[in-house]
Design a protein around this ligand. Structure first.
Ligand code: GMT
Length: 371
């Protein structure tokens, strides 16, 4: 098949899923054309089956807000027509789904039929999408797509609850490539970071308010009073500088490191003992799945789809949003040497259920159905 993939090319989870899916489809022999405003972060090697088409946004004095959606739709028309695509798969409803439908209508006037598959990822539904500013267009775009997928049962249900949806939504969970995300031997690295045998706690995110990263630091502060630990915060985003200040004011700064964006996050995950995800909304929690694949147990909230990933008492613990005391208590329990290896093994076992090779055919099946 010739598949066009539209996504955000940045570090967000939806862009990661879209890019990894495209790369996997290309390995299966499909021709995959990415249509985005810059090179997707994880599209970092050459393959004869992978193509990248940039969406050019022209500035004009009249435009206070350049019309990105129109530029994107025009580029989709161009690529579908000239590369003879069979299908358009758009990730994150806003504005990708409505732009794809506009492209589909334009192409229909030229006698070209192009099915549109929309994958809902999370905040396009639970935060941004439901706002009155976008809701009517999101509802229309979901209902008019040829197929719609959501990354968890929770997100599927949220979509039905928050919008007037007439379309069937298929759940296809996030996936992990276990060839890349696996525990690597990095003992020297662990010794350098934790010279006195400290346990390493890690969090990765895009540091938005919805992630409640401050809670991660609060949990860490409590745990550090009971046992020797270090905290690595990976990623970047709008809350980062405030969080650094919060850390200086409230905790021992030398035990916490902000590492920024990392391309080889699996190397740090390989030496980590616990991942903490404190989000108030989280449709799936891809970063947590990647950690689990590297044998890292999870303390998470019960937001969204996290309960579909983290099995309470087995792969880690699930806590109420903002319940710092329980998170700290459970973190200490997991990090106890008598328990840690059992939790690590369970985390890996669970991650294996979301292995790329199990999830890829589900997307291919959706493509076959709409075609
Ligand atoms: O929250 C992020 O990290 C970014 C966001 C996105 O759309 O780029 O992620 C969402 O999609 C991921 C991939 O499907 C999910 O694993 C995340 O749980 C989801 N984030 C939220 O729902 C907050």
């Amino acid at each position: 098949m010739k598949i066009g993939i539209v996504c955000y090319p940045t570090y967000g989870g939806s862009g990661v899923v879209a890019t990894e899916l495209g790369k996997a489809l290309a390995k299966e022999g499909h021709k995959v054309h990415f249509i985005t405003y810059s090179q997707p972060t994880r599209l970092d090697y050459f393959s004869e089956n992978l193509f990248y088409h940039e969406v050019i946004i022209k500035e004009y004095p009249l435009f206070e807000y350049p019309p990105y959606e129109i530029a994107l739709a025009s580029r989709m028309v161009d690529v579908v027509q000239h590369e003879k695509l069979d299908i358009l798969h758009v990730h994150y409803a806003i504005p990708h789904a409505s732009a794809a439908l506009l492209a589909k209508q334009i192409l229909a006037t030229k006698g070209i039929v192009i099915p549109v598959v929309t994958t809902l990822h999370g905040t396009d539904i639970t935060l941004v999408g439901k706002d009155v500013t976008y809701e009517p267009v999101v509802t229309y775009a979901i209902n008019q797509s040829d197929a719609v997928t959501a990354v968890s049962n929770s997100l599927r249900q949220d979509t039905y609850d928050l919008f007037d949806i007439t379309k069937e939504i298929t759940v296809i969970p996030n996936f992990v490539d276990l060839n890349r995300f696996k525990k690597q031997k990095k003992d020297h690295f662990k010794k350098a970071i934790c010279p006195n045998g400290e346990k390493l706690i890690v969090h990765t995110s895009n540091f938005r308010k919805v992630k409640r990263v401050e809670d991660v630091i609060k949990v860490f502060c409590q745990v550090s009073k009971q046992m020797p630990v270090k905290l690595f915060l990976i990623g970047d985003g709008p809350e980062r500088s405030e969080l650094e200040q919060f850390t200086r004011d409230n905790c021992s700064f030398e035990d916490i490191r902000f590492l920024g964006k990392m391309s080889k996050v699996e190397e740090v995950l390989s030496v980590s003992d616990l991942f903490i995800m404190t989000s108030e909304k989280e449709s799936f929690g891809l970063a947590a799945l990647e950690a689990m694949a590297c044998e890292v147990p999870l303390i998470s909230t019960n937001a969204g789809g996290l309960v579909e990933l983290n099995i309470d008492g087995e792969t880690g613990y699930v806590c109420e949003i903002g319940d710092i005391d329980r998170m700290a208590e459970k973190a200490i329990h997991i990090l106890d040497d008598r328990n840690l290896n059992t939790f690590k093994a369970a985390a890996l076992k669970r991650a294996k259920l979301f292995e790329l090779s199990k999830i890829l055919p589900l997307y291919e099946q959706v493509y076959k159905e709409v075609l």
